[in-house]
Ligand binder design. Structure first.
Ligand SMILES: NC(=O)c1ccc[n+]([C@@H]2O[C@H](COP(=O)([O-])OP(=O)(O)OC[C@H]3O[C@@H](n4cnc5c(N)ncnc54)[C@H](OP(=O)(O)O)[C@@H]3O)[C@@H](O)[C@H]2O)c1
Length: 222
């Protein structure tokens, strides 16, 4: 049974990507830390007849990532991974706490790296597989009060571009997606965005990513 894994699939863009990309796979595996959100997301996908399972997984924990893949490689033919989970804290640099710096780097950068590191040997054995890394326009240019978040997303951009080159003679397809602001729970505890009504919906962005995705190295959504 071919399966798609999505990190941060319980809410926002991850859940909407599941609704788009499920067409290409037999089964969707949503991961995240909050069981309540995962259960709600699973129900919403099953209502539209998408075969779904959920796993509690904190991508900051390498041991959890190892255990997760060990389990699902035994159950499913994992053919795609969408690294979507991410966090942001926005303020001038002096006001960002050490804990917030660590959370952004550990989740956005190291989480993405360790998910890829774990899936790649499996993909190499199959000589096939897909990785889609959700970046942001914050991976393309610096922004006021976003320094650490931007640093984390530049890192994911460099990491993804390098993997594309490293894997160019294989059938493993790696893509980075760059998009602007979306109206998701990402902004729930933040006043960084003054007028959220101007943000695009995660449905719109997920649809655009899916439609543009031909396995090219980069997808840019205006
Ligand atoms: N919203 C925007 O304006 C915007 C713009 C460009 C790019 N992005 C990027 O889009 C991606 C999705 O964000 P979103 O806007 O859809 O926000 P969201 O609804 O808050 O989704 C982020 C997801 O990441 C999960 N997550 C956070 N930390 C995690 C961890 N340590 N381990 C596992 N899962 C974790 C969260 O679930 P749990 O908390 O339950 O773990 C949540 O489901 C992020 O990478 C974000 O940087 C967002």
């Amino acid at each position: 049974m071919s399966a798609l894994v999505i990190t941060g699939g319980g809410t926002g863009l991850g859940l909407e990507l599941a609704k788009q990309y499920e067409k290409n796979y037999d089964h969707v595996i949503l991961t995240g830390r909050t069981l309540k959100n995962l259960k709600k997301a699973k129900r919403s996908l099953e209502e539209i007849e998408i075969s779904t399972s959920t796993y509690e997984l904190d991508i900051r924990e390498e041991n959890e990532i190892n255990a997760f893949f060990h389990d699902i490689f035994n159950r499913y033919d994992v053919t795609a991974l969408i690294n979507n989970a991410g966090v942001g804290h926005f303020s001038n640099l002096e006001s960002i706490s050490s804990a917030e710096v660590h959370e952004m780097i550990d989740t956005n950068v190291k989480g993405t790296i360790f998910m890829c590191k774990e899936v790649l040997p499996y993909y190499k054995k199959q000589n096939a597989g897909k990785i889609l890394n959700i970046v942001s326009t914050a991976g393309l240019r610096g922004k006021v009060n976003e320094s650490v978040y931007v640093a984390s997303k530049f890192a994911v951009r460099g990491f993804t571009e390098s993997l594309v080159k490293e894997l160019e003679d294989t059938k493993i397809v790696v893509t980075a997606a760059y998009m602007g602001g979306m109206d998701t729970p990402f902004w729930d505890d933040s006043d960084h965005i003054k007028d959220k009504s101007r943000l695009k919906s995660p449905q719109q962005i997920a649809k655009a990513i899916y439609q543009q995705d031909n396995g090219q190295p980069e997808i840019h959504i205006d």
